[in-house]
Write a protein that binds this ligand. Structure first.
Ligand code: ATP
Ligand code: MG
Length: 342
């Protein structure tokens, strides 16, 4: 059956990230009802942007297709946790269909879920994915279908930031038993995972509401106040992602540099306060050697958090605060390495 595939996955609340060899995918964490009638109208004919999965009698739009076309759609996760193992299972199956072309393919999957996800949902997801899966996917733009039998030899479900912990320490040539605090800043929530003696420590880990969308919400109100125009936080998301310095509102250009920096600093402080609160529960023999900042929010808050950690004397050397080269894919990449090590 050829070679076994090792797939790393990160089920974020805004984006599902997948990594396998040189291929990576970022797809919106959305599942939606089919909305026929628009089929084939898409300009982009890639499977990843036109993904439909059939489960029994039901079909679902997944990711970008759900975002663009489904009238009724649900986020797979919210408030920092996966909502249901069933819907996550369907979306993940569809995502696996992007990588796999051979019937009977052997696969090992390692996936991350938000830190606040219950043990029950994690176990359930792992159990559902193991064994023989029948994957039925269709490209909505071309009508092309793929019907595959896949053998999932193993499916590991772990807290999201664990992937970055693994990949970063591997890269540094460190053993994965070094006490580390990970701050994973996503779109709608920030996860903090504390590793003590090579194991996640629940009491020193947690999830908080402040994240990238906190910044866009605050910026939107500030801009609204200033311009007397309606400013939607969602529209600022793209601006943040493209790291733009100004916005166009009502035909006028406004600089956002100073308000972005102001709020980013404030929010970063809240995040570091929470980290400080959590690490007080660590046993006295713990020694936090690294603070690693990942997730898409690392682009916006990374430097401010780094500064606050250094100012708060949480580390003795600046090199102890790490931002991975690609903080968005670093979890999925780490999970791929974990799958390979099995
Ligand atoms: N290159 C970039 N520059 C600035 N911001 C970015 C960049 N890439 C992504 N982001 C922002 O990061 C956020 C998404 O981060 P990420 O993909 O880590 O979230 P998530 O994993 O889906 O959410 P969570 O971890 O809360 O489940 C979005 O708000 C996005 O706009
Ligand atoms: Mg994430």
């Amino acid at each position: 059956m050829g070679e076994r595939l090792c797939i790393g996955c990160d089920l974020g609340t805004s984006t599902i990230k997948l990594s396998c060899g040189d291929t990576k995918f970022l797809i919106p964490s959305l599942i939606g009802e089919p909305n026929p009638g628009w089929s084939g109208a898409s300009f982009d004919k890639s499977l990843e942007n036109n993904l439909v999965i059939t489960e029994g009698r039901d079909s679902y739009y997944i990711g970008e297709l759900a975002r663009m076309q489904s009238e009724v759609k649900r986020a797979l996760a919210s408030d920092g946790q996966m909502k249901s193992a069933e819907e996550t299972y369907i979306a993940l199956k569809a995502a696996l269909g992007l990588f796999i072309d051979n019937d009977g393919q052997d696969v090992i999957v390692a996936t991350g879920v938000p830190v606040a996800t219950s043990m029950g949902v994690m176990k359930n997801l792992s159990k559902m994915l193991k064994g023989n899966l029948e994957i039925n996917v269709k490209n909505d733009a071309t009508g092309k279908t793929k019907r595959l039998n896949v053998n999932i030899e193993k499916c590991l479900v772990l807290p999201e930031p664990y992937g970055t912990y693994y990949s970063t320490l591997k890269e540094k040539g460190e053993e994965t038993a070094v006490d580390t605090v990970l701050v994973d800043i996503g779109h709608g929530s920030t996860d903090i995972l504390t590793m003590y003696q090579g194991r996640p420590m629940r009491t020193a880990s947690g999830s908080m509401r402040e994240a990238t969308d906190t910044l866009t919400n605050r910026m939107a109100s500030a801009l609204q106040e200033k311009t007397n125009q309606i400013v939607k936080p969602f529209d600022l998301m793209t601006i943040i992602r493209q790291q733009k310095e100004s916005v166009l509102i009502g035909g006028q250009t406004y600089s956002i540099k100073s308000i972005r920096e102001f709020y980013a600093k404030q929010i970063a402080k809240v995040m570091v306060d929470e980290v400080m609160r959590l690490i007080t529960t660590l046993p006295p023999d713990a020694f936090v050697e690294y603070y690693i900042i990942c997730g898409g929010g690392a682009y916006t808050f990374g430097e401010a958090i780094k500064e606050a950690i250094i100012e708060g004397h949480l580390v003795t050397s600046d090199e102890s605060v790490i931002i991975p080269e690609d903080p968005v894919i670093s979890n999925a990449r780490g999970f791929e390495l974990i799958a390979q090590s099995q």
